[in-house]
Design a protein around this ligand. Sequence first.
Ligand code: XIL
Length: 371
Amino acid sequence: MKSKNILLSLVAGAAFCACATQPAVKEEPSLKTVLGDKFLIGVSLNTRQSSGRDTASLNIVKRHFNSVVAENCMKCEVIHPEEDRYDFRQADEFVKFGEENGMFIIGHCLIWHSQLAPWFCVDKEGKEVSPEVLKQRMKEHISTIVTRYKGRVKGWDVVNEAILEDGSFRQSKFYEILGEEFIPLAFQFAHEADPEAELYYNDYNMSSEGKRNTVVRLVNEMKSKGLRVDAVGMQGHMGMDYPDMEQFEQSILAYASTGARVMITEWDMSALPTVNRTANISDTLAYRKALNPYPESLPDSVSEHWNARMEAYMNLFIKHADVISRVTAWGISDSDSWKNGFPIKGRKDYPLLFDRDYQPKPFVKELLEKK
Ligand code: XIL
């Protein structure tokens, strides 16, 4: 009995000493601690994540990221499916998640030709509406959504994908009915609804020269009219053989020359054979086995190449951290990625920073170990 008491007091004493002298618990390295002094590090969330159901992914989000963007739930077809009906359920959940976790919240996206509710540009007979009606609809749509999240959503992708690679305007309904004017109008309406919110123009293949020139002109023109344009979003959907890094860097510098910041808004890199370079979601192709070469796992040689390219791009973003204010990955782990279904359905891709077991990819691990 006595010896047991002595033992207990020895254990207690040792525990006390350990507490008294124990150094502060070492924080687990995270992307936001490694990169936080350079730019925001963000990720897109699907609804299983923003509703709290996908806990494995949420552990990664909370540990590594300080900004979130909605992958789908703020798009017109979801949030405003009929002219006189909004559905804010998923968007409300997303914004609440972002606030509760101290995230810089991004709204994606206000005016876009894809995932647009079918009613938006036509009348009851299916005929194109007049310019006046479309302006009014845009204003109502933008003001309602931006006002609802005023002060909570800190930045908006106001217009998404309006310019083509050759620098011409996409022949979307918005362009056909209103011409170029739909772009500055969208920025004006968003700014009127929340003067504090940051406003962005966002697009894919932003390193192509034609698109670069038109976007630079557009941003300069809007700024000279006194409109607020905070950043140009380079989506950053990449492959193993595109984009060309020099052209990408030239674009970063060109967009920054307008005085706006640059954001890498939808970063992923397909490890599969490139079948097209667009991220226009209607540009799809039929499945062929040869185009899905790694249905089990990624061979080491491909993984090494992928990691080297991703590391090189991350280093490029760090090099230009004076003008890049956010880098956002388009999904958390490989199993979430839209690239498993685009541009070909049913492939197994490996495009994100975390693998299917929620482990950081080698280049991310190295980054984390640097701190
Ligand atoms: C994608 C989503 O990831 C998919 O879940 C959805 O089915 C289609 O849209 N450019 C954009 C994003 O701006 O909104 C797109 O997201 C990918 C391309």
